[in-house]
Each structure stands twice: as structure tokens, then as C-alpha cells.
Write a protein that binds this ligand. Sequence first.
Ligand SMILES: *[C@@H]1O[C@H](CO)[C@@H](O)[C@H](O)[C@H]1NC(C)=O
Ligand SMILES: *[C@@H]1O[C@H](CO)[C@@H](O)[C@H](O)[C@H]1NC(C)=O
Length: 589
Amino acid sequence: MKLLIFFYLVIANISNNGKASLESFSPNDNVLFTDTTKSSDKSCHRPCKFNVKPRQCYFSFDVGPVIDDERPALAINGLTPGPSLHVCLHDIIIVQVRNRIPDQDLSIHWNGLEQRGTPYMDGVPMITQCSIAYGSTYKYSFRASKPGTFFYHADSVSQQSDGVYGSLIVDQPQPLEPHSSLYDYDRSKEHTLIFGARFPELISGSLDTFGDVKPNGVLINGKDSAKLFVIPSYSYRLRFINAIAVECPLVVGISEHLVTVVATDGKPVQPIITEAVKLYPGERMDVVVRADRHRSGYWLQVKGEGVCAQLSARAMFIYSGFNYTSLIDYQPNSKFNIEDSSTVKGQDLLSYKQVPPFKNVRSVYLGIDKNMIEFKETDNDFRYVSDVVPKKPFFPAALSLQNGVVQINGKNFLFPDVPYLLKPREVRSELVCEVGNEKMHRDPQCLQLLTANVNEVLELILVNEGAGSNDTYTFHMHGYAMQVLATWQSPAGLPLSRTEFEKLDKEGLIDRNLQNPPVKNSVMVPNKGFTIVRINPEYGGSWMFECRSCALSSLPVAILISVPQPIPKIVVDSLPTCASYRPADVLLN
Ligand SMILES: *[C@@H]1O[C@H](CO)[C@@H](O)[C@H](O)[C@H]1NC(C)=O
Ligand SMILES: *[C@@H]1O[C@H](CO)[C@@H](O)[C@H](O)[C@H]1NC(C)=O
């Protein structure tokens, strides 16, 4: 079976190569962006200066199957990870994405970017756009409106796991960086480490085997190892990105060096010195390290936890002038056993500036747990319905349903059959259930919808109830940054119910950090514990709030936060329509 898929992909890829005509549909230039800047450049990587016009930065992504390191993978322009994008604040990023993955749909999500005013560029199929069918293209264009360390990836967890991800760094003039006094160099091209996972087989192609698929390797910039060069006595900003989409937290440290954490998820924090940092899936951490030890070579070590326990990766941290060939045969320090208590996690950090206080806050309870559900084979729908090929696999089929599925408020998310953002009135109302009132809905799956008004502050209470599982879950918020007010785990290791949570809250036993909560795009919810976040929806859009670490072995676990925003007809008309391309002839020859 494995072999078959492999050949199929290779053959399909070759036959596709000769078909320029496949590029049958390319959206018109985005009307919002015409004439905003005059200059344009293919590579926007440059020192960022004050009072200079932003640029339009063009990139072209061809996404398709490759053989990487003797193993089938999905790649962008033949590379996994894909190209690293470097732009300056306020630049416009334009990426022409072409899908060359036979028999699969595609869309790319720009993780951590706000998409203020461009919610239809967020990259979620059937929510913010029609998915990109095999052979067709989609032109993403949006502004880099905030500086920091970001990344992009296929919205589909399985395609991301197969290799469709890469780093995206938004720089700004050095004096604007709040912590620039702490380091001498910020060489984001050489000093960004994006961590991925290697799986024993292609995940997006093997719908019937993934039940308990686990990574068998951790990768640094797509390899087993990497090298970082530094000049003795200078200090450097390093950027770490955990681009893994299964429950695989990573502990990262450099032997004999302390690091100073300066940012998480692209947002500055109060600096804190530590031996190691822990990154949950989707999290980013910027740290500063000073090359103040003996002129030598050291190991930057990455240790996996969760489903990646036992896995590790390493990079050389080399002082210039040191002959590192001697290091190559040298085993890294086996003492890399850092106590969990001396590891800094993103949710422990404090935001650099005080956050504005909110007056009126609407609380929303989201009870998360693994439940045993009576699913009839024909009942469950873990994919969206595409016109192109009915019931195309988007999330891999969850064949391990007999072990239970992770749910929010007792439901799994159901994708609509028209993009919710673009055509909300065409979404069939019987698919929709209101968050908090899910019980009114009979089916195990519904489009869990939370509607809010602009500037109506939402407090999301994420309780990982823990009656059905001992797993930690990592959630990602599209569109908005979250203030993370509290993270708690039951010291007694007992499941936590809604009634118990509400009792604790009523008795004033829950400490919310309202002054300096870290501001993040991804949060971890500890098992038998909770995480409380707040968002202020300052602008409209349809934004997923989704578990990024549950989807491989479960039905979709998500809610849709909708802040109504009518999209001008001229924009809707300029975007590709669903099923604007039919691949039948492509698949047959
Ligand atoms: C570096 O070390 C290796 C062995 O450790 C040696 O063979 C090589 O000649 C050295 N290179 C230089 C430039 O000194
Ligand atoms: C969770 O952990 C406890 C204690 O280690 C164990 O008894 C229980 O079976 C575990 N539950 C699940 C669902 O794995």
C-alpha cells in the first residue's frame, strides 16, 4: 500500500510537470491592495529603515510531492520546510500558491498574522476561502502589520506534518525593538530554527493507516542537525518555532549557556533568564544568548515530550575560529536533563507592557475532553464537502474513533459546504449550533459558532476536564492575539467538571493576571486543569479557534468565532469560487 501511494505520487507529479495549462485559474489582483505601494522586489529581505515606503514582496509556492531524505514528503518549491520569508513591518506579502498535490485540496495559513481587513486571506478552507483544488492557484496578499517571529503552514494538519511549513519573520527598524539593547546581532536568516517532525510514512496520503501514527524524528530546519556560528563575546537573538502539529512539546537549551527569553508568539515579554525553554506545538520563542564561554563548540539540544518522548535533535553552536570537525563525532552532553521547574514556558511569561484593562467581559465555557461516542459509520463527517470531489479527505479519517474522540462541549466541529466568511447566508442553518447551547443539536458534529460584536471582549474558559484522557491539548487562535490570564493543573490529579470550576471561580480561588498576561496565538491547556484567555475582537472576520494537536487522531476540535464583517461583493467576486476547477482529466492521464 505504501509503495503504491509512493509510485502514484511520483507518476502524478511527473505527468503534471508538463502541464502549464493546469494553471487554469488565477484570482484577479486583490482590489484592496492595488496601488498601495509602487516599489516591488522579489526578495524583501533587507535592513528595515524608518520613513521608507513599504514594499510589495512577491513569492511563489508550488506545493507538491517530493522524495526528501529517501522518504516521500510534501514540499514547497521542492523544499521542506519551505522558503523562509523575511519582510519589513508594513510590507505587503503576496504569495501565489499552486497546488500540485494529486487528489488533495490545499490552503495555507499564516500563523500569528492578524489579517486585519483581509480575513479572507487567513487560509482556512470552507471558512475563509474555497480550498485550492489540485492544479489550481490562490493568490494570498496581506499586510505584515505586526513585527515578530511567525510561520506558515498548510491548514491541514496532515499536510503540515508531511512538510508544508516554513518560517515568516517580520522585522522592524532596530531601535523599535524593545529588547534590542540586550543583543548585538539579530541575524534572522541564519539564526531561526524551525522544528518539525518526521513521520514514518506520508500522512496525507495514507488515510487507512494513521490510527496511532507517531513521529519518529524531530527535525531542525528540515534536517537532523544544524549549525549556528557566533563570534566570541557577542550576543545573538535566536528564534525558535515549533512547527509540529501533534502533541509534541520541545525543550530547547544550549549546553553551558543561559538564554534570555525576549518574546513569545511574536510579542515582547519581560526578559527572563533560563537554562531552557519549552515550546508547545505552534509556539514561538525568541531568546538571546551571549557567546561568553570558552572559544569552542557546544550543542543546542532539543528534547521531545508527549508523543515525541525519546526523540531529540541537536544543532552545533560554534564559536568562530573553532575547528568543529572534532565535534561531529562527539556525543552531545547526556546531562541534558533539565528539571521541568527550570524550563520557561510561554504561558509563564509576563507581557512587556501592561495590557489595557477591559470593562465588560463575556465569559464562555469550553469544556474539552475525550469522549466515547456512538458514531455510526455514515454519521460522522470529519471533512468538509467539496464540490470538486465529494467528501474529499481534508482531515484524515479518524479510524480510531473506538478509542474516543476529543470534543468541545460534547461536539466535534463540522465544516460548512460554502465558505462561511464569504457567504454566511448560504450556510445551511441546520449545520450550525451555538457555542454554549450545543445540547440543542442532536448530531455529534455541528458548526460550533460563537458570534461576537466588534470590541466585545470574550473570556474563553478552556477546561481540559480530563475524565476521558490524560492528554494536554494545544489550541491556536486565528486572527486575534489572546491574553493568557491563568493556567492551572489540579495538583490532586482529579478530573475537573464545569460545576467544580465554577465553584472555584465563585470562591475567588482563581487568580487572573490582569496586568501583564502574556499575549499569544497558541495556548496549552493542561490535563485536569484550565487555561483562561481573553480576546478583544477589534476587527471583523471568521476566525477558527482550534486544537492543533488533536486533529491527527480525532475529528475536528474547534469553534468558529464570527465577528460579522460583510465582505464587499467586488472582493468576493475576485476570489476563486469553489469547484472553479475540475481535475478529472488530470487524474486520468
Ligand atoms: C580540524 O580537526 C580535524 C580532526 O579533528 C583535522 O583533521 C583537521 O585538519 C582540522 N582542521 C584544521 C583547519 O585545523
Ligand atoms: C490516566 O492516568 C491514570 C494514572 O496514571 C491512569 O490510572 C488512567 O488509566 C489514565 N487514563 C487514561 C484514559 O489513560
